[in-house]
Design a protein around this ligand. Structure first.
Ligand SMILES: Nc1ncnc2c1ncn2[C@@H]1O[C@H](COP(=O)(O)OP(=O)(O)OP(=O)(O)O)[C@@H](O)[C@H]1O
Ligand SMILES: [Mg+2]
Length: 269
């Protein structure tokens, strides 16, 4: 592939996403060649937005599943349900995506139960099939079907990483927070706040991210910077907005909080 790809009607209405590198080309190339993609990165750095944006650009419907430790294979594939005295089969989101040639996005895939990853294996190698044991069907994925999974490698324990046999079925893209100039554009665009006023917020976010690993488990997300700017654009005083959206969500520890507020004073004077 030469980096160009077909843009469908949805492209014009695609949700705003500012690329950080060649991730859009890579995703499109994977889609064109039926390769599944794994997105790795910290919370609130743009993974979900990226998938929504690419689905629209490629003109594919998108089914998003938020994975949790109770999510079973049946939740993805489907089950028989009682409807008016009859049992009817109801497709789950994965089955629907396989039939329609849609993009199926499994958010926080490491949270899902083991039986879920087993289901993904025949779909993510070149067979591209989904066996449905309960109905005896074996579905071949329709053209356009793509499996996308994401996880945050930071905060889960060692038990919650993907098995090599699962992760080695995906092309993986590493996400991180945008560089300052890009983050300023994103925050201004998302919040409507004047770009000049977004600049110091992004600078503060950079300083807060420097504390990751020492005082903080996770650096402040782009999402929280957008929240802060949104509150300011709404008329909230800057200090109050920062406290509510960039300090309180990060920690409950009073000492650490004081340290963070000192940083705020250092940046805003
Ligand atoms: N590159 C970007 N272009 C446009 N908006 C962005 C970008 N990166 C982050 N954002 C903004 O940050 C917000 C959070 O991003 P998103 O929800 O995609 O994060 P995430 O990586 O999926 O987080 P989580 O792991 O918590 O689900 C978005 O709603 C959007 O406002
Ligand atoms: Mg997300």
């Amino acid at each position: 592939m030469d980096g160009t790809y077909i843009e469908r009607e949805g492209a014009a209405n695609a949700p705003f996403y500012l690329p950080q590198g060649d991730e859009c080309d890579l995703f499109a190339a994977a889609h064109a060649n039926t390769l599944p993609v794994l997105l790795k990165g910290p919370t609130g750095c743009g993974k979900t937005r990226f998938v929504a944006h690419m689905a629209a650009r490629l003109g594919r419907p998108l089914y998003t599943v938020a994975c949790h430790d109770d999510l079973s294979a049946a939740d993805l594939i489907g089950r028989y349900l009682l409807k008016g005295g009859e049992t009817v089969w109801v497709d789950g989101p994965l089955t629907r995506a396989v039939r329609e040639g849609a993009i199926c996005y499994l958010d926080e895939v490491v949270e899902a139960r083991k039986d879920v990853t087993v289901v993904l294996h025949p779909l993510t190698d070149d067979r591209r099939i989904l066996p449905i044991d309960r109905t005896g069907e074996e579905l071949e994925a329709a053209p356009g079907f793509m499996l996308v999974a994401s996880y945050n490698p930071g905060y889960q324990n060692i038990l919650k990483t993907l098995k090599p046999s699962t992760r080695q079925r995906f092309v993986a893209l590493d996400f991180d927070f945008p560089a300052a100039a890009e983050e300023e554009r994103i925050v201004a665009q998302e919040s409507g706040l004047d770009p000049a006023r977004c600049k110091p917020l992004v600078r503060l976010a950079g300083k807060l991210r420097g504390l990751k690993g020492q005082d903080l488990e996770e650096g402040v997300s782009t999402r929280l910077v957008v929240y802060t700017a949104t509150l300011i654009a709404q008329g909230m005083p800057v200090e109050r907005a920062i406290r509510a959206a960039m300090v309180e969500p990060l920690t409950d520890d009073e000492d650490i909080k004081r340290g963070l507020l000192d940083l705020v004073t250092a940046v805003f004077g």
